[in-house]
Design a protein. Structure first.
Length: 358
């Protein structure tokens, strides 16, 4: 809906620059403009002076003569062409040199309109009104484009807070995410020990505060160790290494992340809460699921194994599946926990990470 009142107010406040070397012409133009309630006027006696004014002053409309000393109207148009193209300036040529070739040349150089001298007052009023309306619509369009870009940025920022950056980039570019099968991926599950029973007898604000701090600690650790947060699951945290960034040893990256979480959680909770971790290694499938509420997720045997290995771990320990241990066995001091039955896998060797060999 076009607000005509807003347009008329814009016209009244518009700053108009009159450029003419003839004082009588300038006086007549000023008087006609003031009679039509255009009071925000500036004058320049030639093109050079006009450019000086434009360098320091924001102008909406220029009434520009063609034949002038120092710099003529065509030379002025050439020098302000970028401002005309950007919509910053609108130019109405007013000249006695009204041959068709001059009109064509003026329009080619960026003038919006051409009014021959001597001019009719009503026609001048109509042409100025049309030029200023054009300027208003240009400004309005620019404002809408800014709003669209701002909304687009807000949408992308929201997506970045939900999905990994490479997923957002693909989604914005193609409007689609292709599922992928990836090899050599390490999966890390972190769990807050004893938190479920704590929830049964404590205030919701305390429960939420612990969950929020845990999520923050885990997310910061994942970024520091160059692995990707996948999701939080209640008081648990799931991350993956080697799905977007190629790592020399994705299992070691997950181990480093788990240790970082152990260290930072002791500081944040003063040792009250302890975590345990499970890591597996293998093949996964990645993609976005959902129709109304989307979630980036990963699936695969090693995802299930990692979760179940984590459930077996003692507080403040990192348990590794056989496949994960094989990736770090040459650089680790670790111990065999046992050959343990893992749901869906049968009996597999489970190892506890102790430390990196020195």
């Amino acid at each position: 809906m076009i607000d005509k009142t807003e347009i008329e107010q814009f016209k009244k406040n518009a700053k108009i620059l009159i450029v003419d070397d003839n004082e009588n012409n300038t006086y007549v133009l000023q008087r006609l403009l003031i009679q039509n309630q255009y009071g925000n006027l500036i004058t320049a006696e030639n093109g050079a002076k006009a450019l000086e004014i434009l360098a320091d002053t924001k102008v909406d409309l220029i009434l520009l003569d063609v034949m002038m000393p120092v710099l003529d109207g065509y030379e002025v148009l050439e020098k302000i062409n970028d401002k005309i193209l950007s919509g910053e300036l609108v130019v109405l040529m007013i000249s006695a040199a009204s041959e068709m070739e001059n009109v064509i040349k003026s329009v080619k150089l960026g003038a919006s309109d051409f009014l021959p001298k001597p001019f009719n007052g009503e026609l001048l009023k109509a042409r100025i009104s049309a030029c200023l309306e054009r300027k208003w619509f240009t400004l309005r369009q620019a404002k809408y484009l800014e709003q669209i870009e701002a909304e687009k940025k807000k949408r992308e920022d929201l997506l970045k807070s939900i999905f990994p950056l490479p997923v957002v980039e693909e989604l914005v570019t193609t409007n689609n995410i292709k599922p992928r099968k990836l090899n050599n991926v390490a999966i890390l599950f972190i769990d807050l020990v004893g938190f479920t029973s704590y929830c049964n007898s404590n205030q919701i604000d305390n429960i939420f505060d612990i969950i929020q701090k845990t999520a923050y600690i885990c997310e910061i650790a994942a970024v520091k160790c160059n692995i990707e947060k996948i999701k939080t699951i209640g008081d648990g945290f799931m991350a993956a290494a080697n799905i977007f960034s190629v790592l020399d040893n994705p299992v070691l990256a997950c181990i480093n992340c788990a240790n970082e979480i152990f260290i930072e959680s002791k500081k944040a909770f003063e040792g009250k809460w302890r975590y345990r971790a499970g890591i597996a290694f293998g093949e996964v499938v990645t993609g976005i699921v959902g129709h109304r509420q989307y979630l980036f997720d990963i699936w695969g045997d090693c995802v299930n194994v990692s979760s179940r290995v984590q459930a077996l771990a003692e507080p403040e320990t990192i348990y590794l599946s056989t496949s994960a241990w094989e990736q770090v066995k040459n650089i680790s001091d670790s111990r065999l926990v046992g050959n343990i039955n893992v749901k869906g896998k049968g009996n597999i060797d489970i190892y506890q990470w102790i430390a990196k060999k020195t």
